[in-house]
Design a protein around this ligand. Structure first.
Ligand code: SF4
Length: 478
């Protein structure tokens, strides 16, 4: 590893702007306790609060003096910020919306946030960078108070809290066992490649919170709609039982994101073995509770490191498990996510980078390949079949084209499919209908009289104004 002093100097160089040697900007109007007093701190945004642990420009270069502002919450939070987690429940949409239905608002108006930050560190997600790797958990009293406020003060509350979560629903009160170690730890994720032995994974306090929240008068049900880290939940079957028995509204969202080891390694996600174990627990506890509930797995198409073969394997897994996804997403590079660096550099920044030894990452960038990856996720959609057939032929997998169940897609177009074929000729676009005025003008100009319009043209040449004409359709009946 690079000596801290050298790393320190490099970051000073990289962060130095014109006339701003060693300066940085901070989102909090008062100086952070971690910053030495001799450093000037203009108000603004300090990226060192958000990105993984590394020596900051003002550090002396020794390990003990590295800035920990991103690793622990700032100790100098202004008094006005204290209790901001329990701010009044969200204000209703602006009146300019005119009372129209806003689905996002409907979703959050009866939800309560209990946690901030995420130590999962999925590479396509910037939450770890924005909110930090160290979890900030709200106090139990504050959460219960807000639930009571939602019950008492929000309109149209039916007794159902639509979410009790955060970036990950089951990270409340979880943290590294050793606070000192946490401050110097340089791992991007506490969960990948395996759950760190230093991570405290006791879900007991969260179970107790759910029970207390359910017991509040006027609360009929509490649904957990935030995403769940199922690999973490597996450490506590009692939590899975509590969740499945009381807090699933028919469907539970989880995000395996892919099935193949190559993309999963670059996403920093657990393998499918954890998914299978969680699914078995979910089905067992649903059956015990006498409920018919389903898992909704989320997948990403075209993530860096995903080959066509990986997407094909994912499509076959979806078909085998009878999943027909409606809404799918294609990877888009977002600011501060490591996967964005992979996408642009076509290399892996999560391993040590050395000159000439960058781990190359295949990246789907062209429109056609990105469409193809998305089409694999929606293998059941007839509109995607021409594209998939072409790709399967190109990949030498014509054995997957055919009519039987063991095939992925049929060889022909089904009789029930309507609309133009995608990729098989241009669809016929009907001409835009013309307005009545246009139609009448056209009709009038087309009618030139017995002389073919010579008389009118002659008059115009002689400077006489053409008399205003009334279109036929508007002439009164004689
Ligand atoms: S030591 Fe382990 S649990 Fe602690 S912060 Fe580092 S990765 Fe997370």
């Amino acid at each position: 590893m690079m000596p801290p002093a050298l790393m320190d100097r490099r970051f000073v160089a990289s962060r130095r702007g014109p006339g701003r040697k060693g300066s940085c900007v901070c989102p909090i109007s008062t100086p952070c306790a971690a910053i030495p007093p001799n450093i000037s701190m203009p108000v603004g945004s300090c990226i060192w609060r958000a990105i993984p642990a590394r020596p900051a420009p003002w550090c002396s270069g020794t390990a003990s003096a590295t800035c920990s502002s991103r690793r622990r919450p700032c100790r100098s939070v202004p008094p006005s910020w204290i209790g901001c987690s329990s701010c009044p429940t969200p204000a209703p949409p602006h009146p300019s919306y005119g009372g129209q239905r806003i689905p996002a608002w409907e979703m959050i108006r009866h939800s309560v946030s209990i946690v901030r930050g995420c130590f999962g560190g999925c590479s396509f997600c910037a939450i770890t960078a924005h909110e930090g790797k160290i979890i900030q958990s709200r106090s139990e009293a504050s959460i219960l108070r807000e639930i009571a406020e939602v019950r008492d003060k929000t309109e149209a509350f039916t007794g159902v809290i639509s979410d009790l979560g955060g970036p990950s629903a089951n990270m409340w009160r979880l943290s590294c066992r050793d606070a000192a170690l946490q401050l110097v730890c340089r791992r991007w994720s506490c969960l990948h490649p395996d759950i760190c032995p230093n991570l405290q994974t006791d879900h007991g306090p969260l179970i107790a919170l759910y029970r207390k929240a359910r017991a509040l008068p006027g609360i009929r049900k509490i649904v957990i709609s935030s995403g769940l880290r199922y690999d973490l939940a597996l450490r506590s079957p009692a939590y899975v039982r509590e969740l499945v028995s009381h807090h699933v509204g028919g469907y539970l969202k989880i995000a395996p994101e892919h099935t193949e080891a190559g993309p999963l390694r670059l996403m920093l996600k657990p393998g499918m073995a954890a998914y299978d174990r969680f699914k078995a627990l979910f089905e067992r506890f649903s059956k015990e509770a006498g409920k018919e509930q389903y898992l909704i797995p989320y997948f990403i198409a075209a993530h860096p490191g995903t080959r066509d073969e990986d997407m094909l394997a994912l499509a076959l897994w979806l078909k085998r498990n009878d999943y027909r996804l409606d809404q799918v997403q294609t990877f888009l590079p977002t600011p501060m996510a490591p996967a964005s660096a992979m996408y642009h550099a076509e290399g892996n920044p999560l391993v040590p980078v050395a000159r000439g030894a960058l781990e190359r990452v295949v990246t789907a960038k062209g429109l056609r390949q990105r469409r193809l990856h998305k089409a694999f996720l929606r293998w059941h959609d007839p509109e995607n079949w021409p594209l998939l057939r072409e790709a399967l032929r190109h990949m030498g997998r014509t054995d997957l084209i055919g009519p039987s169940k063991r095939h992925l897609i049929p060889a022909g177009r089904p009789a029930f499919a309507k609309g133009p074929r995608v990729g098989e000729g241009k669809p016929v676009v009907p001409a835009a209908p013309r307005s009545r005025e246009e139609r009448e003008v056209k009709t009038f100009q087309g009618h030139r009289g017995k002389d073919g319009g010579k008389q009118a043209r002659g008059k115009e040449k002689a400077g006489e104004a053409r008399p205003p004409q009334t279109p036929r359709s508007r002439r009164p009946f004689a």
